[in-house]
Design a protein around this ligand. Structure first.
Ligand code: ADP
Ligand code: MG
Length: 327
């Protein structure tokens, strides 16, 4: 394998425009415009935990950045820069090349500059570890937090839910899908589309927001708890792809509510903002679907109640579901 320095120079050093200083010195230097706040987040992917060893390196490069962009999107921030830290077991130079191509294709699409990172060998027998620290900017006070949902808000979600979980189940041989559905769901798992444009368009519209990475049920409960509210969710309103709609209802609901890796945005907005939410979805080119409402009352246990389209309460057994255990 080429030396660490050669790999960094060849595959991770790019000229920067926005940053004052990029890869090559002890630190990068970033300027933050007056009146802006820096949004910062880190997300780590570990082989064998978050992805299968042997995953296509181009897709892995994409996903490593995408999961971080999703966090920036979920604050309504504009992404600007990133750090990439890698522990490489035995990856060869060809692997690093293709990984970097996947990473930069998505970075370029969102105007993100790679300004630094760290590259090291994994311990003998150790897993491939990929970590991105991402930076974004948002006008001071305008970030869309998860603790600011208000009673009476609608609950919305972008895109479709559960595709990645179904893709994971297919890769593990737990469900059989026709080739087109399988390819679609596996692509949703391996190449998520971070909803950056939608997050930006929802500034000043949404009250509370987060990205759905661990299953909508748990993530909506995070918004409810953080905002000292509860929520009601109409499971018949959940946006499902054709692949999910082709599955038994029980499996589809489990994937949509308790699967992981959706990287969609779940947000709340006042009823008076419905037209503006729809317009934000159209401007970002992403479907937005109203799936429930925020209720006053912090003490509801559980914090999220489920109903069908007729408003009848449903007793869904979603607890104990482990998204690495498969649906
Ligand atoms: P130091 O020893 O000062 O920490 P390193 O040798 O770790 O420096 O890294 C040299 C330069 O390369 C630094 O600017 C660092 O930010 C950058 N760098 C290292 N690994 C990566 C990577 N995977 N992607 C982008 N930049 C990297
Ligand atoms: Mg270092």
């Amino acid at each position: 394998m080429a030396s660490e320095f050669a790999l960094i120079a060849r595959y991770f050093t790019r000229p920067v425009r926005r940053a004052r200083l990029g890869v090559g010195d002890d630190c990068a230097l970033l300027a933050v415009a007056p009146g802006m706040e820096l949004a910062v987040s880190a997300d780590m992917l570990v082989a064998g935990i978050h992805f299968f060893p042997g995953t296509d390196p181009r897709r892995l490069g994409h996903k490593t950045l995408a999961v971080n962009l999703s966090d920036i999107a979920a604050m309504g921030a504009a992404p600007s820069g990133a750090l990439l830290s890698i522990a490489l077991p035995d990856a060869d130079e060809a692997w690093v090349k293709v990984f970097s191509e996947g990473f930069f294709a998505l970075a370029d699409a969102h105007g993100v500059e790679l300004v630094g990172g760290d590259t090291t060998r994994a311990a003998p027998g150790g897993a491939l570890v990929l970590n991105v620290t991402i930076f974004g900017e948002v006008p001071a006070g305008q970030a869309i937090r998860r603790d600011t949902a208000q009673a009476g808000d609608d609950v919305w979600v972008s895109g479709t839910l559960g595709d990645a979980a179904l893709g994971l189940a297919a890769l593990k041989g737990e469900v059989m899908l026709a080739a087109p559905e399988r390819a679609f769901c596996v692509a949703r798992l391996e190449m998520p589309s971070p909803r950056v444009g939608l997050g930006l368009a929802l500034r000043g519209v949404a009250h509370g927001m987060l990205d759905v990475s661990d299953g909508l049920a748990g993530d909506l409960a995070h918004i409810a708890r953080a905002s000292k509210m509860s929520a009601r969710l109409d499971v018949d309103a959940l946006p499902l792809s054709a692949a999910l709609r082709g599955q038994p209802r029980e499996l589809a609901l489990r994937c949509a509510l308790a699967g992981g890796d959706d990287y969609e945005l779940c947000f709340t907005a006042p009823v008076s903002a419905r037209a503006r939410v729809e317009a934000a979805g159209r401007s970002a080119g992403v479907a937005v679907t109203r799936i429930g409402s925020v209720l006053a009352g912090a003490d509801a246990a559980p914090p999220v109640g489920y109903t069908d389209a007729a408003g009848r309460p449903l007793d869904l057994k979603l607890s104990g579901y482990d998204h690495f255990g498969g649906p």
